[in-house]
Design a protein. Sequence first.
Length: 441
Amino acid sequence: MSAPRPLVALPLPGRVDPENAFLLLFAGEEAAFWLDAGADAAAGWSLLGTGAIERDADAVRAVTLTGTATDAVDGPPFHGGWVGWAGYEQGAAAMGAPHAAVADGAWIGVTRAIAVDHAAGQAYALAEASGASRWRDEVDAALAAAAPLPAPVPAVDAGAAAARHTVTGYIDLVEQCRAAIERGDAYQLCLTTRFTVPRPDDPLAVYRRLRRATPAHHGGCIRVGRRHLLSASPEQFLAAAGGIASTSPIKGTRPRGASADEDARLAEELRTDVKERAENVMIVDLMRNDLSHVGVPGSVRVERLWQVETYPAVHQLVSTVSVRLREGVTAGDLMDAAFPAGSMTGAPKLSAMTILHALEGAPRGVYSGCFGHVGLDGRVDLAMVIRSIMVDDDATYVGAGGGITWLSRPVAEAAEVATKARAPLAALGATVPAEWAAVVD
């Protein structure tokens, strides 16, 4: 395809429901995306649209991130560029770490879009200048004439998912991680596994169920051909605007409580847990180092540390690190410095990835990668591929994992995996296998 062109944003009258707009205008497109601020979002932006499949990933990498982005608050954070994803093995290959077959990235050069500002209740139609007015009128007419759309149909019972590892096998891998830490080969390792179910008939219906059950500020549904990434991600991997880049790693998880008192107790337990705080700050230090490779010396900052964020299924412990980018830094430079995310590898990063490659014994694919948008103007917003579903040609995958430190309790780590996998599998009509469910129940 030819390079995407800048897009003009024209205000749309009235409020726009992103779900209705996506189903009406983009659901049938071969290349379509919906970057979702969450069901009933009261803040943030949703971006949905279509375009042409990008065949040259280097075009995305070449975007300069400094000196062109603006911090305007009166318009969308995207004015043309790409939406898509990058897989974990791509990052491993770029770092020189051992890896399974490289999972190709997938990017869409955006030609038409709708951006929704949930805080202001304002939506915009985005298209090239020559067709922007026509696209705005087309969107307005389609939404004005549309009847309310029905709720997604319930999932068909898909039974128990097939697990890559047994619970006993995963617990053994946790112990091997602890042994590697004791030897001094690493001080934190993010150990992952995978659950597999058959391909669903309607991936979009799966996403609609997922976002209702577990709304998140960096959710998304991206279709490239027959492949669909469906995500309820709560983790922003990389953001860049105005020459500043930031990352917000998540390390530390607790389930929600059955009562308000239990819920508050679990959140406080997470906030004060020595193991969880140690795990989180290890990744903060790793990301400080990663961002320093593309930053102005002395400009790395820890903006927040050990903040508990609460979602429908879990509490998470989150921190944020930022840096002022050096002149001329590109999207590719930033990715090479920071990807894969330290929250999904462990530390030191190269040693952790080498150990995990041997222990996990199979590719992660798009899971543990990232997705989102890279703008022609240098603005970037990429989320982690966690709490996600990857629909491939012949099967569907849900990855899950957790950070292992010397203080980890193996059975609790297995329970965390099952907790994280439950919601994506439920959207598919599936359950974790009985032995995995037993470590939570």
